[in-house]
Every structure is written in C-alpha cells, then in structure tokens.
Design a protein around this ligand. Structure first.
Ligand SMILES: [Mg+2]
Length: 179
C-alpha cells in the first residue's frame, strides 16, 4: 500500500541515471568514470541533517560509488544488486525502518522490483515510461542534473522540515562545503 511522503524516513537512490545522467566515461584501459552533481551532494547532506536517511541502491559495481558515498557520509550502500526488491528490504532493515517508510528514486526497469515493495516509489523525469507509470511521484529534473536534490526537497517539504533546513543556511549555522 502506498505511503504518504510525510511518513518516509529512508530514501534509496539509484545511481546511474539518477545521481548521474546515465553516461559512463571509459578510457583506452577500460577505466570508467561518472559525473555527479554537487547539488545532489548538498541535498544529501541536508537530508541527513533533517533526519531523512539516504542510501544508494545500484545494479552496477564500482569503486566510484563507494568514493561518492564516503564523501557524503552515506553508509547505507548496496552495489551490484540483481534484485532491488530484496536489497531495498535489506537496506531498510539495516537502517531500522520498514519498507513502508522507504522511498526509492529510480529511472529504469531494474528499479521496478523495488518500486513494488517500497512505500513511495519515485521517478526522475527522464525515466523509462514503465517506471514513470509505476511511480507515486515524478520529478521535473533529469538524472544527473539535481534530480535527487529535487526528490529530497519534495520529501522534506512534505514533512514540514524544509524551512528549518533553509533557516540554518540563512543564519550560517551550517558550515558545509559543497556537496
Ligand atoms: Mg538507473
């Protein structure tokens, strides 16, 4: 049964196509790199500050994702997932929340199993049609361009926590660098 966004405690972010535009840079030696968006980084930090737990849930496996997670203090990470429903369940249990209290932001078909079990499935605007059809919320920002930031902002606003977060920045009570 879908959950109200005001009840969500944990947001699981897909990586490729959500935190990135889905592009993979690859050099002659097969070394890959990805391009992240600092606005998502800052959004993840302010979610954590506001008590919205963030996790990464991705089908691919790379050191890049671990570096990005470490940089942002995201300890909840499942990589190389072949069953996102099962891994969403594991991450939620590990974080101490129910699947009903969990949201997942995705873009492609491998996110659909997780959409079937979480309380609040969310899609980026350029997700594939099947994913958008299964989502309870669709953003306006494409993956890699601040889509996670938009989803976080939506949830914190629904939870009445956004203004308090912004006030901390206005009053310079927060001394974060860029995300
Ligand atoms: Mg994806």
């Amino acid at each position: 049964m879908p959950t109200s966004p005001s009840q969500i405690k944990l947001l699981l972010l897909d990586v490729d196509g959500v935190l990135t535009d889905g592009g993979l840079y690859m050099d002659d030696n097969g070394l890959q790199s990805k391009r992240f968006n600092v606005r998502d980084g800052l959004g993840i930090r302010l979610a954590q500050r506001a008590g919205l737990k963030i996790g990464f849930l991705t089908g691919k496996l790379s050191g890049i994702v671990k570096h990005r997670a470490d940089e942002l203090g995201v300890g909840l990470v499942a990589q190389g997932s072949v069953n996102k429903a099962e891994d969403a369940r594991k991450l939620a249990i590990h974080a101490g929340f129910t699947l009903a209290q969990t949201a997942h932001l995705g873009d492609d078909l491998i996110d659909l199993p997780a959409f079937g079990v979480v309380g609040f499935p969310m899609a980026v605007i350029n997700a594939v049609p099947e994913v958008k059809a299964a989502a309870q919320w669709i953003g306006t920002v494409p993956g890699g361009e601040g889509a996670a930031r938009e989803a976080i902002e939506f949830l914190l606003k629904e939870q009445g926590k956004w203004e308090a977060v912004i006030e901390k920045y206005r009053s310079a009570a927060v001394r974060d660098g860029q995300g």
